[in-house]
Each structure stands twice: as structure tokens, then as C-alpha cells.
Design a protein around this ligand. Structure first.
Ligand code: GTP
Length: 305
């Protein structure tokens, strides 16, 4: 499973340093290992990471403006950045500084003056570890049939995301989706064709949720869940409408449905800023909205009230 992980050419390290001399030194040392680019400030680094997530950040400790430690802490609080490993580059390796570095959530530190060979090996080790973790996640958290995240990952993610929404006082939206008249589809066209529909529906749903932190899960059978962190009612309703339309627009014939094509029903539940509920309560709300959508005609979304 882990063959080929020593090849790092396609990994990307972001260097954050306000000294152009250090940037040059770090860039030239690391370009023999992987792709590497550099920015001058922590603020720029966070912007770059939000746009495209590097595999690792090599962060100077002392920076003008936001310090390396502050930046690392901030990244931990931003869901889509919290899993990017950060290595500090520092000339002060006192015990107290090392403590700060671990507390901020860094995975390692490299002492100055830089020894290129040591830097390269530390970076290689962390890149390899990151790739192994990513690969393991991919294998254990991805549904074999549809290629989207599975129930196991959902069970972990929902707990983390709900805590995060509560801590950051952000709104949160969850949708429960169910394919309409799917039993009839299987009966009419057979299970293999049914599997094909599940794949196509999963792909269509995934295409509609575009922010990196929005996630689609196969919850089980012909049920899916979509989680939209930091999304308020208005935005979530638009997405729900798009999901319903996207599946209908696949135009997959279903003679067993009065609608004649494969459709989904969606139940939508929200948490307002500062509101908290646990996974069971949230899913119960989404599920009850879903049944409302089923009862009132299918091929639509309904909001839990
Ligand atoms: N092909 C296929 N079918 C599945 C899979 N998982 C669940 N199903 C089928 O999905 C169907 C779900 O049926 P029901 O729960 O009665 O729901 P429905 O027919 O969609 O009816 P409504 O939800 O009320 O519109 C069952 O026939 C299951 O066998 C799968 O992995 N592959």
C-alpha cells in the first residue's frame, strides 16, 4: 500500500520567511526534494493555504506582523488548514520555545543555522508521514462503491465539526438526502444498474459542493449526508435546491417513479451562530425534514422547523 511514498516530486512545501536570504537558502535546499514556493509573511501564508493547501509549511518563528506561533495557532483553528503540518525554523531552541512550538500545534522544528541535509531529511520524513496518513484516510474513509466519504468518516467528522462550529460561534448546515423510489429502480433495472445510479448521484452531489470544507458522505444504502460548516440558512437552501436539480438533471430513467427519472429528496437542518446540538439531535432534525420532503411530493428539499 505504501509503495512509492519516497517519491516526493509532487509534494509541495510552502516556506514562510521575511528574510530574502533565508528564503533563497530554504528554497534551494528543498527544491531537490519536492515542489517549493515562498512567501514573506504569515498573513500571506494563510491566504495561500486557503487557496491551495500545501503538504507542509516551513515557518519562520520571528516574522514581521503576525508571528509564526500566532499563524500556526490560527491555522489550527481554520478547519481546512488544521491538518497542514507546520515545521518551525528557529534560532532559539530553548526548552521554553520548544514548549511553545508544540503547544501551537507544530509537528517539528529545525534549528538555525540551517544544515541543508538535516532540513531535507526532516521535511522528507514529515512529507512521507503526511502521505501515509492521507492514503490511510483515503482507504478507510472512502466508500468503495461511490468514491465519496463513508459513514465511518462521517461519524468522526460530524463530532469534530460540531465542536468547531460551537467554539468558533459559526452557523452550520446539515442535509440528509435519499434517492426516491430506489427500491423500484432496483426491481426494474437490477442491482448493478442501481449501483451505477448511486455512483452517478454521488458524483453529481459532490460537484455541487465547491468549498473545500463542504463534504458529501454516503451515509448508508441510498442515503447521503452533506455537511456545510459556516453556512447560514440562505446559502444552504440554495445548495439544497442545486442538489435536487443536479440529480434530476442527470435524466436517469426510472420507470418505477411517477417522476419518470431518478430524483432525490432532501431534509435540511441548521444550527444558528452560537447554537449547539449533538449529532443525534442534528440528524434527527435533518431526517424529520427529509421525511417531510418525501411526504409532500419528493424531488424537493424541506427545512426542519
Ligand atoms: N443497487 C443498490 N441498491 C441499494 C444499495 N443500498 C441500498 N439499496 C437499495 O435501496 C432501496 C431502498 O428502498 P426504500 O428504503 O424502500 O426506499 P425507496 O424505494 O427509495 O422509497 P422512498 O425513499 O420512499 O422514495 C432498497 O431496495 C435497497 O436494497 C446499494 O448499495 N446498491
Amino acid at each position: 500500500m505504501f509503495q512509492g511514498l519516497d517519491k516526493m516530486d509532487d509534494c509541495w512545501v510552502l516556506v514562510v520567511d521575511d528574510s530574502s536570504l533565508m528564503r533563497q537558502l530554504l528554497l534551494s535546499s528543498l527544491k531537490q526534494v519536492c515542489k517549493v514556493s515562498a512567501v514573506e509573511s504569515a498573513e500571506q501564508a494563510i491566504d495561500v493555504c486557503r487557496d491551495a493547501q500545501p503538504d507542509l509549511v516551513l515557518m519562520d518563528w520571528v516574522l514581521e506582523g503576525m508571528s509564526g506561533i500566532e499563524a500556526c495557532k490560527k491555522m489550527q483553528r481554520i478547519p481546512e488548514l488544521s491538518e497542514i503540518p507546520v515545521i518551525f525554523v528557529t534560532s532559539n531552541t530553548s526548552e521554553a520555545n520548544q514548549e511553545l512550538c508544540w503547544e501551537a500545534g507544530a509537528v517539528d522544528f529545525v534549528p538555525k543555522p540551517i544544515v541543508p541535509k538535516t532540513l531535507q531529511n526532516r521535511v522528507k520524513t514529515h512529507l512521507k508521514y503526511k502521505r501515509q496518513t492521507d492514503l490511510l484516510k483515503q482507504y478507510s474513509f472512502v466508500d468503495g462503491l461511490t468514491g465519496i466519504y463513508n459513514r465511518r468518516f462521517f461519524d468522526l467528522e460530524i463530532v469534530r465539526l460540531l465542536k468547531q462550529a460551537s467554539r468558533l460561534q459559526q452557523p452550520f448546515a446539515a442535509m440528509m438526502l435519499d434517492i426516491d423510489f430506489f427500491k423500484k429502480y432496483n426491481d426494474e433495472y437490477g442491482h448493478l444498474k442501481g449501483d451505477d445510479v448511486l455512483r452517478q448521484v454521488a458524483t453529481a452531489l459532490k460537484q455541487q459542493v465547491k468549498r473545500p470544507i463542504d463534504t458529501v458522505f454516503r451515509y448508508g444504502g441510498e442515503e447521503f449526508v452533506v455537511l456545510l460548516p459556516n453556512t447560514a440558512k440562505k446559502g444552504a437552501k440554495i445548495i439544497a435546491e442545486q442538489l435536487v436539480a443536479a440529480v434530476k438533471n442527470l435524466c436517469i430513467e426510472n420507470r418505477g417513479s411517477p417522476l419518470e427519472v431518478v430524483t432525490v429528496s432532501v431534509g435540511l437542518a441548521f444550527l444558528a451562530e452560537g447554537e449547539y446540538c449533538d449529532t443525534t439531535q442534528l440528524l434527527h432534525r435533518a431526517d424529520s425534514a427529509l421525511y417531510n420532503a418525501k411526504d409532500t411530493g419528493r424531488n424537493k428539499y424541506t427545512v426542519f422547523v
